[in-house]
Design a protein. Sequence first.
Lengths: 497, 273
Amino acid sequence: MLWLCLRLPALPLDALGAKHSAGMLALSHNNIIVMANVAAQQSGVAAGMSVASAMSLCSNLELRPRDLQAEQQCLDNIALWAYRFSGDVCLCPPNAVLLELSASLRLFKNLARLYRKFISAFRRRGLSVQLGIAHTPLAAELLSHQSISPASLVNASGQLHKEALNNALRALSISLLPLAPKTLNTLREMGMHTLGHIQALPRAELERRFGKGITTMLAKLQGEQADIRPKFAPPETFRGQRHFDGGLHSKQQLRFPISALLSELEHYLRLRQCLNRDLQWEFHYLDGSKEAWSLDLSQRHFDRRKLIELVMLRLEPLSLQGAVETLSLRCEQFIGNEQHCEQLFDTANSSQQQEKAAQVLDKLRLRLGSQRCHQFALQDAHLPELNWVLRDAHTATQTPAHKKLRPTAEQVTALSATDLLRPNWLCHPPEAISETAEGLFWQGELHLLQGPERFDGQWWQQRQTRDYYIARHQGGALCWVFKDCLNRRWYLHGFFG
Amino acid sequence: MKNHSLNQLLDERKLWRGQQLRRSVAAGDRLSTGFSTLDSALHIGGWPRSGSTELLGEYGIGELWLLLPALREHLTDRPMAWLNPPYLPYTPALAAQGLAVGRQLLVRPKTLSEQLWAAEELLRSGAYAAVLSWFSEPDLNDRQLRRLHIAALEGQCWHLHFRPASLAQQISPAPLRLNLSAVKQALQINIIKQQGGHAGQQLQLARPAALYLQQSCAVTWPVYNSTSVAKTQPHPQALRKISLLANTGIFTSATQQDNAVNVIKTGSNEPSH
């Protein structure tokens, strides 16, 4: 077992994103200074001071309340990020995350490479981090308080140097140990200042004097007793947000944070091996108002670059009602990743093709509205205007069943006579034809050629009795007209296109 | 000197030799129209597989019927899209003629700019084999037409652009332009422009005779105005005769398509644009 502990000593400051502010800054909680930044520390402000004494030390100190919720959120994000390196991630509040690495080493091959990845990721985010590596979680946790370079404790293939590790543990101050303050005081009074001093004492004596807690702690530290901790699991819904101090004013400026949020989502989806079906965005304006907008997707795999274009397209008709202070993204609907198998020789109907169709459909539905994109479906009914339906086109690419609807070549050549006498164009609703003494008239004269073919149906609702004829229009077009036998009027119902 | 300037034009690709172009169009780049006479009238031997094809004419004269064999072929590969059609495509009839219902998309954008945008997206996506488009304002300018054509080439998509016949004289970047009109029981096709040689071919494709079947003279038809409705009653026999006729075997014999087609090659040697 190889445990790595990532400790963020400046988490309260990092969580507020205020670490780089130039002025003196301190965080307070219950009138006690919790943490001060470098500038404030130089002028003498230290953790544990009361607010009043800190203010008397330097009058221009900026005080902010500690945000525990933001800290928790920040730690969760780090755990989520760490989850891509290891399946065994535990949260160690208030400011550390533990990872089990021995299984990951098989994947990442080299510990030094993995280690560099951690360091560069934290540097990019501007977070200061201390690492501790050991054979038990508790030891890693304790070692992370001291920044000992892991290179001296472990080699590249993940083998710990027993000697160096024991030396480092022995040198640990007892104040770091998770023991009751009273026990710590007694130990200190006994003249024991490092872990090595305690380890040298016989366990049975220690247990008799200080209770069972200290021996189990030591056993866990050495790996003699299992140290079981609750595992971290990625949350069921995705939430991400970006905060802008001055607020953003234009949509183009939003492009970069949107891209960053989508890349966060991409990692989240890879962790959970699923696909999102919606993107719910929210703007928080500087004046406190909110605006929500969402995007439904029918994609079959996540493509960030295509998605950005789609989001920007969705953003186009919106107008910003002020400066955007916070942009948040939420995803709640997920589906499992589809494992589709591709055939070796079938290039025509490949999934890539369907992917393209889904993308263009997403775009069209987004800009034109879903009520303007349709898919046809057949229905069993007698009347020509009832035996088809228009469906919203979003299910278009997900039904491979359409193949069986296509008649084979033999069926096509053997068209029955009645099939030929159906128009390719349908006027819906039918247009009225005016009757004059000379005959029928609709944008020109109509001459009946053949008929009638009677349609009589729908008696269970509103009976319809129609005699259909084929007529030639003055201009040469062939029309499908009918006479409604009930109201004795003529209607145009289609063209033989 | 003359020869020199001709070479210069050829080098700058402002001029090209039709013979070479015809050979360069490989067999895979065209699709048989399903009508042998039309295939032979087109220099590349069929419909192009990508790019714009303009069809100028009215509705209801057989314009869809002309395309059906090719569209059937296309649909086995990729779906097709209807963009802003003037009427609804009647799916049951089209399905009976072999166009799979589930592989058609109907898009009806409201404004011209949205129509152009949607057309370009559909053409460029590469997901659709054919896009049949009608624009609410058919008089598009050269730049818009060229954009559509290039989008269709990029997306390997056959863009069928339906426009009114009044625009036949207007110059268009589409490599193939057909003027369609109805003549007696047939569809008249005038090739206004085509790649690979001279245009100006005229031909007629006979439409299914069952459509034009004339049963009897119009006198025996039911009378139109409501005042004379009563007069239809004295002729029940005539009506029965008509419906009987409709059920005889004439229909089945008339299903064979395009027999009797004449190609009239005119003397015009107008080169394609």
